[in-house]
Design a binder for this molecule. Structure first.
Ligand code: TYD
Ligand code: MG
Length: 457
C-alpha cells in the first residue's frame, strides 16, 4: 500500500510545513495551518496533460538566445472591446488568465458572454452550475455560438479527456476552486489541489497553445482564494470589481505578462448581460437639475484613458469631540493632508467640522490630479456656495498650498472640453501656457489660494 503523505499548508499564503505551526513563518498569520493529504498515485512527476493525451514527447533542449526568433504575439480578439483592452489587445494564444472577483459580480456572465459570442470552438467547464443553468443564462445573453460546448465536471483528468477529444480553441474553467485532480487526496479548493490543477492547466495551455481562462473565488480580504503562488503561476490576473448593488463593473488588470497593467474596462450590468461602456466620463457625472454645493468635477487618467469624475464633499459642524473624516473611493490620508493645507495655508477652519468625501460611480481613485477638485468641493461645501457650472479641475496640491502640474494634462483637458466643460482650472507651474483648448477657457494658477479666490471672489 502506498504510504500516506500529509503536509500542513498555510491557508493564507500557501506556505508548506511538515508539522503544524501556530504562526506562519512566511506571512505571520496565526492559526492558518491545515493538514492536507498529499498521497500520490505514482511517483512520477510527469505532466498529467502529457500522460493523458500526448504520450511521451522529447524534452526541450537549451538553445542560444540569439537563435530564438520571436514572432509577433499571437493574439485574437475576444469580441469584447473592454476585455481586449484590459488584456493588452486581445487574447494571447497559449496564455492562462485568472479572473477573480466577489461572488455575484458577473465573472461567469462575462466569460460565458465571450464564449457564446466568439465564433470559435470553446469548451466551458463549470463545476458550479449544471449545463441547464448555464444554457438558461446563455439564453438571457442572446446570440448563441453553436460551437460553444458546456461541460459540468470537477475532475481534472476527465476535463483533459474531453479536451483531447474535442480539441477546443479556448477553454474556460468556472471555477478553479471546484476542480480536483485524483493524483492528490486533498479536497477540491484546498491549497494543494488549486496549485496542482493550475499547474497542469498551465502546461496544457503552453503545450497546445490554447488560451485558458480560470475563474477564481476571492477571500474576505478581497484577494484571490488559495495560495499566492496561483497568481505567480498564471500569465494574467484580472480583477472584476464594483458594487454588486450598482450597475457598473470595473475590470482591472493586476498582472500581465503580455502587456501593461494600467488599462481598465468598464461594464454596465443589464438584464441581458454585461454591456461595454465606451464613454465612461459621460456616465460618471450625474446630471443635476439643481446644482448643489460641494460637487466638483476632476479629470483623471485610468491607464491611457482620460476619465471625468465627480467628487462630492459634505462639510458639517462636528457633533462629537473628534471630527469625522470619511472617504468613499478616495485615500483618507490624502484627504487629511488636503484639509490640513486648507486650514493652515488658507485659514479655513475645518478642525471643528466633519468632512465626508465621496467619489461617485463606485470608483476608487488614487490619482493626485484630483486634489484640486477635492479642495474645491470641500471649500464649496464649507461655505455652502455652489461651484460655477461646467467647470473642471485638474491639479495636484502640495503641502505649501501650491498647485502642481500633472502628467498628460492635454489629454485630460481635451476630454473635459469634449464633454462641454467650458472652464478648466489647472496649475501654471511647469505646464504649458495654453489659454484655451477647443471652446474651453483654461485658467492657470500657481497656488490653491489664487484658484479659489478666482472661483469664489
Ligand atoms: P454571476 O455571473 O453568476 O457572478 P459570479 O460568477 O461572479 O459569481 O452573477 C451575475 C449576477 O448578475 C447575478 O446576480 C444575476 C445578474 N445578471 C444580470 O443582472 N443580468 C444578466 O444578464 C445575467 C446573466 C446576470
Ligand atoms: Mg459564477
Amino acid at each position: 500500500m502506498a504510504k500516506t503523505k500529509t503536509a500542513f499548508f498555510c491557508q493564507n499564503c500557501g506556505a508548506q510545513s511538515a508539522k503544524w505551526v501556530g504562526k506562519c513563518p512566511s506571512c505571520g498569520e496565526w492559526n492558518t495551518y491545515v493538514e492536507e493529504l498529499l498521497q500520490k498515485e505514482d511517483n512520477s512527476n510527469a505532466s498529467l496533460w502529457q500522460k493523458e493525451s500526448l504520450g511521451n514527447r522529447s524534452r526541450n533542449q537549451p538553445r542560444e538566445i540569439q537563435d530564438i526568433t520571436v514572432e509577433k504575439l499571437d493574439r485574437f480578439s475576444s469580441g469584447d472591446g473592454e476585455l481586449d483592452r484590459v488584456l493588452g489587445g486581445g487574447i494571447v494564444n497559449g496564455s492562462l488568465v485568472l479572473i477573480g472577483g466577489d461572488p455575484g459580480i458577473g465573472k461567469s456572465t462575462l466569460l460565458l458572454q465571450v464564449a457564446i459570442r466568439l465564433s470559435l470552438k470553446i469548451l466551458y467547464v463549470s463545476g458550479e452550475e449544471s449545463p441547464q443553468q448555464i444554457k438558461m443564462r446563455a439564453d438571457r445573453l442572446g446570440i448563441i455560438n453553436e460551437k460553444c460546448f458546456l461541460l459540468s465536471e470537477t475532475s481534472l483528468e476527465d476535463v483533459f479527456n474531453q479536451v483531447a477529444q474535442l480539441n477546443p480553441d479556448m477553454v474556460v474553467i468556472d471555477s478553479i476552486q471546484t476542480l480536483h485532480s485524483s493524483r492528490l487526496d486533498a479536497t477540491a479548493g484546498s491549497i494543494s489541489q488549486v496549485r496542482e490543477c493550475t499547474g497542469q492547466l498551465m502546461r496544457f495551455a503552453k503545450e497546445t497553445n490554447t488560451p485558458a481562462f480560470l475563474i477564481g473565488h476571492i477571500n474576505k480580504e478581497g484577494n484571490i482564494a488559495g495560495p499566492k503562488v496561483l497568481e505567480h503561476m498564471v500569465d494574467t490576473v484580472l480583477q472584476f470589481e464594483g458594487d454588486r448593488n450598482m450597475v457598473y463593473r470595473i475590470l482591472r488588470n493586476t498582472k500581465n505578462r503580455f502587456g501593461s497593467t494600467d488599462e481598465l474596462g468598464i461594464y454596465r450590468m443589464h438584464d441581458s448581460g454585461l454591456e461595454e461602456v465606451k464613454n465612461p466620463s459621460e456616465i460618471l457625472i450625474s446630471d443635476h437639475d439643481t446644482r448643489l454645493s460641494g460637487v466638483a468635477i476632476g479629470a483623471l487618467m485610468e491607464g491611457n484613458r482620460p476619465l471625468l469624475i465627480e467628487v462630492q464633499a459634505l462639510v458639517s459642524p462636528a457633533t462629537y469631540g473628534t471630527p469625522q473624516r470619511t472617504c468613499t473611493g478616495f485615500d483618507v490620508k490624502r484627504l487629511h493632508m488636503l484639509l490640513a493645507v486648507l486650514e493652515k495655508r488658507l485659514g479655513v477652519r475645518l478642525s471643528t467640522q466633519d468632512v465626508f468625501l465621496n467619489i461617485t460611480g463606485g470608483l476608487r481613485v488614487d490619482d493626485p490630479s484630483l486634489d484640486l477638485a477635492v479642495c474645491a468641493a470641500v471649500f464649496s461645501s464649507y461655505n455652502d456656495i455652489t461651484l460655477p457650472e461646467k467647470t473642471c479641475f485638474v491639479a495636484e496640491v502640495g503641502l505649501g498650498g501650491e498647485m502642481r502640474s500633472v502628467n498628460r494634462i492635454e489629454t485630460r483637458m481635451l476630454e473635459a472640453a469634449k464633454l462641454g466643460f467650458s472652464e478648466i482650472y489647472i496649475s501654471s507651474n511647469g505646464g504649458g501656457k495654453v489659454k484655451s483648448i477647443k471652446d474651453s477657457q483654461v485658467h492657470a494658477f500657481p497656488a490653491l489660494r489664487d484658484a479659489l479666490q478666482d472661483l469664489f471672489g
